[in-house]
Design a protein around this ligand. Sequence first.
Ligand SMILES: *[C@@H]1O[C@H](CO)[C@@H](O)[C@H](O)[C@H]1NC(C)=O
Ligand SMILES: *[C@@H]1O[C@H](CO)[C@@H](O)[C@H](O)[C@H]1NC(C)=O
Ligand SMILES: *[C@@H]1O[C@H](CO)[C@@H](O)[C@H](O)[C@H]1NC(C)=O
Ligand SMILES: *[C@@H]1O[C@H](CO)[C@@H](O)[C@H](O)[C@H]1NC(C)=O
Ligand SMILES: *[C@@H]1O[C@H](CO)[C@@H](O)[C@H](O)[C@H]1NC(C)=O
Length: 355
Amino acid sequence: MFLYLLLGILSIYQAADATPRTRNGLGTIALEEAWQFPELAYLAENYAPPVGQTTEDLSNNLVDIQGHRLQLMDEYGIDYMILSWTSPGPQGYSNQTEAEAMATKANDYLYEQIQNNTARFGGFAALSMHDPVQAAAELNRTVTEYGFVGALLNDYQESGPDNGTLLFYDQPEYDVFWQMATDLDVPIYMHPRLPVTQEIDLLWQGRKWLLTAPWQFANDLSSHVLGIATNGVFDRFPSLRMIVGHNGERIPSDFWRADHMLERQKLLGMPMNSTIVGYLKKNIWITTSGEFYNDILRYHINQLGADRILFSVDYPYETVEEASRWFARFPFADDDEKYLISRGNAISIMKLDLR
Ligand SMILES: *[C@@H]1O[C@H](CO)[C@@H](O)[C@H](O)[C@H]1NC(C)=O
Ligand SMILES: *[C@@H]1O[C@H](CO)[C@@H](O)[C@H](O)[C@H]1NC(C)=O
Ligand SMILES: *[C@@H]1O[C@H](CO)[C@@H](O)[C@H](O)[C@H]1NC(C)=O
Ligand SMILES: *[C@@H]1O[C@H](CO)[C@@H](O)[C@H](O)[C@H]1NC(C)=O
Ligand SMILES: *[C@@H]1O[C@H](CO)[C@@H](O)[C@H](O)[C@H]1NC(C)=O
């Protein structure tokens, strides 16, 4: 009898420990969470599934929204997920007509999929970035008509007949897009992508293990985000809000050296007016997606502040279980710190109708 009681208490303790609930039992909000069209589920073969899972599990989990995903959310205390079409999304279509059609199709599909459960799911728009004017219009449409809370872009837009023309949003022609994001007052999530074959041949051929999340994702995306900063986009659009996953793709852990050396580039005419750390504290928010390690999160809180960090999983490339169990045991300094990172920052940045 006593043993059963003890086991019962232990299992309640364990369950509580695995669900990172904050104030008044409120759950987390997660925002780097991917979905895929059933007919494109085979593309999961480009990625290594979480340990213990097969490629088929990964593709099933990408396609599923209202089944297993929702069960995991309930079990591990994720109240709300903001979904995005998985990488590379429209950025993987060199043909502009196709990229634009696929982005619209993805946005329509996502809207349909989550319409009946707006209490649990929100959406980031997928956008073709071939034409910044068209991207701005589609952002406007999806935010205004579908209630999407922003957009998620998968690093550079490939283009050209051989996919080898790469479009980066740090160039002046993209100002019209950043203008729309600030006019609509929605954040833009910068997410990584697999490189085009030319980049793989030049950089990664002899070290293909580094492709995707181990290194290449952060390597490529951090350069793009720093391009946006150094070309003065945040100076021209001071209210622009950008979210960068994986703890900021390593930018916050090397800002001192970047700023130290960029000071010299200012003398050579670089248009950037502030510092990288200045943008990290004003325009950029980071998420915990795919990086579940106490000392690293503590470093980022100390450097940037708890008001700039948001919980995320990176489902289904990472598991809800691992992310949530880790997060539940993280030694938060206090209740406010936990609340902000769990959900408070997401609510204010994306103006979610939650508390
Ligand atoms: C782009 O795709 C459209 C629709 O599939 C096709 O009609 C067009 O020829 C393609 N353009 C190029 C340059 O390949
Ligand atoms: C929403 O629709 C999906 C797909 O038809 C279904 O599986 C799910 O149960 C529905 N959810 C709600 C809350 O009605
Ligand atoms: C360009 O991308 C398309 C679609 O992913 C692919 O079929 C084609 O082989 C690529 N071309 C080159 C030169 O990599
Ligand atoms: C968004 O589109 C609507 C309808 O086309 C338009 O009236 C509105 O001005 C646009 N919003 C912005 C911020 O440009
Ligand atoms: C950046 O600083 C320069 C020099 O002070 C100034 O002329 C320019 O207007 C500033 N640009 C922005 C976008 O603030």
